[in-house]
Design a protein around this ligand. Sequence first.
Ligand code: GLC
Length: 534
Amino acid sequence: MTEAWWKHGVLYEIYTRSFGDANGDGVGDLDGITAHLDHVAWLGVDAIWLTPFYRSPMADFGYDVSDHTDVDPLFGDLGAFDRLITAAHERDLQVVVDYVPNHTSDRHPWFTDSRSSRNSARRDWFFWRDAGRDGGPPNNWISLFGGPAWEWDQETGQYYLHTFLREQPDLNWRNPAVRDAMFDVARFWLDRGVDGFRVDVAGAVMKDPELRDNPLNHGRPWRGMFGAEWEAQDHLHDFAHPDVHRVWRDFRSLVDGYDRRDGRDRVVIGEVPSHDLVQWAAYYGERLDGMHLPFGFHLLRHDWGSGTVGDVVERVEAALPAGAASSWVLGNHDQHRVATAAGPERARAAMMLLLTLRGAPTVYYGDELGMTNVDIPPDRIRDPWERNVPGQGRDAARTPMPWTDGPNGGFCPPGVAPWLPLGRPGLGIDVASQMKDSHSMLALTRRLIEVRRQEPVLRGGAYRALDDLPPGVIAFLREDGGRRVAVALNLGHEAADVPLPGGRVIVSTGLDRDDPVKGSVALAPYEGVVVRLV
Ligand code: GLC
């Protein structure tokens, strides 16, 4: 039996609004993605994940769904989705779609019905509560996007809960009717042929049954991942309630049921909290019967110059349940671009790390070009989070994919204003320029993906850290039986000699080495190598 693709496969995240604009309105769409699938297939990845394309008023750019089983006209229609999935499957690309269980749009018919009266049959599908004793919100929960997590509804005289925007009311998953309706949504897309789901804020769907106040997070420093107000609390009661695991185990059996019927392998990937590794690992399920791949966000917001990247990898490796696949992520549509977070000089080494660690990595679109955050002029800010909590905005990492160095980067027709500005042209950060350059970041990314395929140890092999390394260097072995590959990355700004047994360089970050290694390998600042050991 061949192993499931998702265990070691490379996932490629496509921010639907920003990949390709086929209808010329400045916003990416499904046909635009289909038109660029050859690029994705050429890169060699195994699967694409599409951020939400469902009907939505776009208060949170599609994470506020008003109809889960239709495509928003901005992105196309169900026919366009069917064309996309057929074209992807023809190219051996699996298609993973976003599943947004925690909340709907405030315009979703479930919510308008729930809001219509205290006696609505769907009242309990969302969280409605009377005001607290002081007339204010019922508890101290904070919206991730700033301000209280409760919104007063004048008409029915109660508050409703929204973990995100007030336009994103939270669904009450303790109500079995909600669970059934949302499981039907998953069935709809599985029946349409999708190969899996990326589950949005999977940790939030089960709240404390009594909706108790969160304790204050005394003395812990603000990490800057979320707003200071949000991080000042311990999210004991609104996030990561242990009951979530029951939900994802049931969801997993729903998906597994499809696999059993047709022998295909589908995947459930989770956006889950990652700071507490025990809490994170619990998402795999006690018998690996939970999520296949809880995302590994452990290196996001990490200080790449601190010399501790290797320690983080070690800790995650130690926390990973036996038999589980890890799922490293270095950037996504909510985070700084990795070339900005790690520094552009480390972008290549970061890509090498991502693609040589154990498990199933996710590449964020454009990171294969070394895209950095793009400066967004104040009048072009789109992210509501930036408007609520300045500094937290995500637009900079969501800018359109540059296909050429021509007008609008070939993303949308010349003369059309793209929904977000593109990065500066002429710097070589576009697909066409990098296709012409055999040493480009694009060429490196493709080569690393190819090496993963050619070297089985890079997929299935064990991970073993090497120690006694010069400062700033991370090095490890991937090994299986007699086969061994070493990876050595210099994240520091000084040249370094890394002790390694004999072998030969099979890929270097500059795509300029194939030298033999005898006892040690010399690395320039920010250089990395993959070495096949003999
Ligand atoms: C997730 C998404 C983010 C969205 C939020 C609310 O964190 O990745 O983009 O704003 O959930 O759905």
